[in-house]
Design a protein around this ligand. Structure first.
Ligand code: ARG
Length: 285
């Protein structure tokens, strides 16, 4: 496996001060903010340590006061074949992150690590890789729409990268980003939570993936954001898994690493959300 390069952001200013998804309750966070901040910081350190030990090269964007969700770098951009399409967020609470992600990716371009960096066209919302998950085996993007990103964004992604982009409607507000409900694994399996998708979407996933490749996460695991996992080769990093979910994954030959990062679910995020792969390449690119 070529060395994965992953963008992250230390949770120095991470907290829950506004509500833009059903997971977020600022009052509850405020009651226990010191302990939760500490827990987040420790959990994130463990994530860094684990990804490092699995061979990843980690790059860090500077934390910014007043932008608590900057830690969720999966939303920064879609990066593929050295090209980056920077996010346009739906909610004003996160729009302030855009210039920081843009500047960071522009700096990588100046260093020769990327060749092209563009903002998503102003006419559409598109929340980065959080809503546009790369499927290495099938050489395509699975794109979630209907909660944060616009359906029309599929066209922008397809045009920019010249790659197939399959839009799937997200119908459950708890699974507001694609990466909370679907993640392809290195061996061609797709871990997903069917209830997050419309019937039409579920049919498309089954058809393109092939039923034997589908790993349907139990409700209980989806509801802990465990589908939001990081997969590097045969290793899988996530917050938690029921015995059932764990054996479904291990049966397919993957090793599970459970990390104490569940405080991030109070903002609606978990392992995948805290990372952005910068080294993805397509077969056509
Ligand atoms: N509080 C953040 C939001 O609602 C969480 C983002 C999680 N990121 C993700 N890729 N699912 O936007």
């Amino acid at each position: 496996m070529p060395q994965p390069t992953i963008m992250m952001c230390k949770p120095v200013h991470f907290e829950v001060t506004y509500k833009i998804n059903p997971w977020m309750t600022p009052d509850e966070w405020a009651e226990n903010s010191l302990a939760l901040a500490l827990e987040s910081s420790d959990g994130w350190d463990r994530l860094v340590e684990t990804l490092g030990s699995l061979g990843a090269n980690l790059l860090f964007v500077d934390p910014q006061p007043g932008l608590p969700d900057l830690v969720f770098t999966a939303n920064a951009a879609i990066v593929m074949d050295g090209k980056a399409l920077v996010a346009r967020f739906r909610h004003p609470e996160r729009q302030g992150e855009e210039p920081f992600y843009l500047a960071f990716l522009e700096a990588l371009k100046a260093q020769g690590l990327l060749t092209q960096v563009e903002m998503t066209p102003e006419s559409v919302c598109l929340e980065g890789a959080g809503d546009c998950v790369w499927d290495t085996q099938r050489n395509l993007f699975w794109m979630g729409y209907g909660q944060r990103s616009d359906q029309a964004a599929a066209r922008a992604v397809g045009d920019f990268f010249g790659l197939e982009t399959i839009p799937l409607e997200l119908i459950d507000p708890r699974y507001y980003h694609m990466d909370t409900a679907l993640v392809p694994l290195s061996g061609g399996e797709i871990v997903y939570y069917p209830g997050a998708f419309s019937a039409a979407g579920q049919a498309v996933v089954a058809e393109r993936a092939g039923r034997h490749n589908l790993i349907a996460a139990p409700e209980e695991d989806a509801a802990r954001l465990s589908v939001n996992l990081v997969n590097l080769d045969r290793d899988i990093v996530l917050a938690t898994a029921t015995d059932r979910f764990q054996s479904m994954i291990e049966e397919r030959g993957y090793r599970l690493h459970k990390l104490p990062i569940s405080s991030f679910s109070k903002s609606g995020g978990s392992a995948f959300c805290l990372t952005l792969r910068l080294d993805r390449t397509s077969k056509t690119g």
